[in-house]
Ligand binder design. Structure first.
Ligand SMILES: Nc1ncnc2c1ncn2[C@@H]1O[C@H](COP(=O)(O)OP(=O)(O)OP(=O)(O)O)[C@@H](O)[C@H]1O
Length: 248
């Protein structure tokens, strides 16, 4: 459903992403991982339309979307979450998600339909559909769920999830990983999950791509990633324990 070819981003002379290619099948979950500064967010932001590619192409269901504005990409069927959730604090949880439903569908949905879609998205992530529930009642894990619900309410066929686990404890991380698996099963959404916490991610992704210094240095199955010498070299140390988990 998605073909990325030779995707490149240069900032002045600096090459942040260098000729990356990959493809995604409908319903797949792809983990896009790599250390800080490896080019994950830049790749993600080119797919979501926040950055224009310097070179290369991004085709969604056969249609070129590289270089389109974020709203056009959203309307083409790509939803995204942000690393740092920034909901409308003055709106309720439900109204935040209803707003996203309107945004995602060119305002062409009725209020009743947007409400249905918002309630479905909130139920899917395990948040209350109570019209009074306030954003202020949510902690870090709840805000991440709201971010996910807002993305789902735009009715994407491709969901880009940006570092969904930052700020969560281990139990919450496992729950968040399971939730993405659940969303994929329920909605048959294709997912790209950008993350630098590797172990938890490996439990739910079908395939992983590892970036380093803007280059794709690995693509393969989760069980293979932990055994790849180049990946081990760049992740050695802090990620050792999660590697062991991923490999088992
Ligand atoms: N607007 C920009 N101008 C110049 N350089 C940039 C810009 N955005 C990103 N970069 C550089 O591009 C490289 C890749 O950054 P990117 O944010 O894509 O990495 P990342 O893998 O997402 O890192 P992190 O895990 O820290 O978010 C980094 O060296 C970064 O400093």
């Amino acid at each position: 459903m998605l073909q990325v070819e030779n995707l490149t981003k240069r900032f002045s002379g600096f090459v942040a992403v260098n000729r990356i290619s990959f493809a995604l099948e409908q319903g797949e979950i792809l983990g896009l991982i790599g250390p800080n500064g490896s080019g994950k967010s830049t790749t993600f932001n080119m797919i979501a339309g926040l950055l224009k590619p310097s070179e290369g192409s991004i085709r969604l269901e056969g249609r070129e979307i590289g270089g389109l504005a974020p709203i056009e990409i959203c309307h083409s069927g790509v939803g995204r979450t942000f690393q740092i959730p920034r909901p409308f604090k003055q709106l309720t949880i439900l109204d935040n998600v209803i707003t996203a439903a309107f945004y995602g569908q060119r305002g062409s949905v009725t209020r009743a339909k947007a409400l249905d879609q918002a309630e479905e998205a909130l139920t899917l992530v395990g948040l209350p559909t109570d019209p009074q529930a306030e954003v202020a009642s949510l902690g870090a894990a709840g805000l991440k769920k709201l971010e996910l619900a807002r993305a789902i309410a735009t009715q994407p066929r491709l969901l880009l999830a940006d570092e969904s686990l930052g700020g969560l404890d281990e139990t919450e991380m496992n729950a968040a990983a399971d939730m993405l698996g659940h969303i994929r099963r329920e909605k048959n959404i294709t997912i790209i999950w950008v993350e630098h916490i590797m172990g938890v991610l490996m439990r739910v992704v079908d395939r992983a791509i590892v970036l380093d210094h803007g280059e794709k240095i690995f693509e393969g199955l989760p069980r293979e990633v932990a055994r790849d010498p180049r990946v081990i070299e760049i992740y050695l140390g802090s990620e050792k324990i999660t590697f062991d988990e991923a490999a088992s």
